[in-house]
Design a protein around this ligand. Structure first.
Ligand code: PHE
Length: 360
């Protein structure tokens, strides 16, 4: 800000009006003295605020005789403009002084190391589950979840398990004891397949669904067993769905998760709710088929179970097996994650040891 008034051009109309001239000189003096933003603001209010001196002049215009108004208006507006200009300049100069002062006084060493902030991340199992979901979402599948406490009917019966199937025994399945509920009616689901039945029962084909979630089996924890684990189920039902569709879909999936170069093979298997059934293997990506510890020297890694939905299951949900066909598959998420990342023990997934969790 230029500090001397001599250097400033004060418009003629102000110079020739005694009151305006006086006000301008006074304001100049006040603004010049302002030592900080707050003082400057107080000055602005005193002149240009609602009850400020310049505002008052402008308001007075209304009561002037008509022939005096134009000239008085010109003076008032000119004064207002001038003060706004001076205030603006002073504000800029105060800011600059402040910045310079801060730069001088608050010198700090930008090369000092920062403070360590621990950063959270999604659990490997959640991330693997999402990776699997993403592949199928990309194929147009939708996600539907089902309950973990499940009826025997959905978990076993409607999936065509015989009444005396060994997996229905106390050794394999957790039963829920509740007064008023017959023992054996409610269990913790042992797989995600019951969601197939729940969805088919309440909707009509075409259905392209995946269902991720927790499952429970009465196993003692060891390197390959856990009483709680995760599965992703998937199934497709429509007219004209074939085993070829199953193969194409699962080959695509296997390569999306384990790499484009993977070989995929379908091995005959048995599940009560699919016929024919197949387990799917991918060529071992650790040894490229040579044989290693991970693939137990077979060159292949089993990744999921699958098959064409058994007509018997369709009969439970009221679908005409002559009209509709479908395939289903289910995989263990921990298993997929362990294969993918070479994790030797299932229990690492559940122990919350940061040395393990932060590797992924
Ligand atoms: N539910 C089967 C299991 O837990 C997997 C599976 C799902 C197999 C769907 C075939 C079709 O092992």
């Amino acid at each position: 800000m230029v500090e001397s008034l001599e250097d400033r051009v004060i418009p003629e109309e102000i110079r020739e009006d005694a009151e305006a001239r006086e006000l301008a000189l006074q304001a100049w003096e006040d603004i010049r003295r302002a030592a900080n933003e707050a003082e400057l603001e107080a000055i602005r209010v005193a002149y240009l605020g609602k009850k400020g001196k310049v505002t008052e002049i402008l308001q007075r215009l209304k009561s002037l005789p008509a022939q005096e108004r134009p000239q008085a208006g010109k003076v008032g507006n000119s004064l207002k403009k001038l003060l706004e200009e001076w205030l603006g300049e002073k504000r800029t100069s105060l800011e600059r002084v402040l910045t310079e002062k801060t730069l001088r006084e608050e010198l700090f060493d930008i090369s000092l190391p920062g403070r360590y902030l621990p950063r959270g991340r999604r659990h490997l199992i959640s991330r693997t589950m999402e990776e699997i979901e993403d592949v199928f979402l990309g194929l147009g599948y939708e996600i539907v979840e089902g309950p973990e406490a499940e009826l025997d009917y959905y978990n076993f019966q409607a999936l065509n398990f015989p009444e005396d199937h060994p997996s229905k025994s106390m050794q394999d399945t957790f039963f829920i004891h509740r007064e008023g509920i017959p023992l054996g009616e409610v269990i913790l689901r042992t797989h995600t397949s019951p969601v197939q039945v729940r969805v088919m029962e309440s909707r009509k084909p075409p259905l392209f669904v995946i269902s991720p979630g927790k499952c429970y089996r009465s196993d003692v924890p060891d390197a390959t067993h856990s009483p709680m684990f995760h599965q992703v189920e998937g199934f497709a039902v429509d007219q004209g769905i074939t085993f070829g569709d199953l193969k194409g879909t699962l080959e695509y999936f296997a390569r999306a998760i384990f790499g484009e170069e993977r070989q995929v093979r379908f091995r005959p298997h048995f599940f009560p709710f699919t016929e024919p059934s197949a387990e799917v293997d991918v060529s071992c990506f650790i040894c490229e088929g040579e044989g290693c510890r991970i693939c137990k020297y077979t060159g292949w890694l089993e990744i999921l179970g699958s098959g064409m939905i058994d007509p018997q299951v369709f009969s439970y949900v009221g679908y005409d097996p002559e009209r509709y066909s479908g395939f289903a598959f289910g995989m263990g998420v921990e298993r997929i994650a362990m294969l993918k990342h070479g994790i030797p023990d299932l229990r690492f997934n559940f122990e919350n040891d940061l040395r393990f969790l932060t590797q992924f």
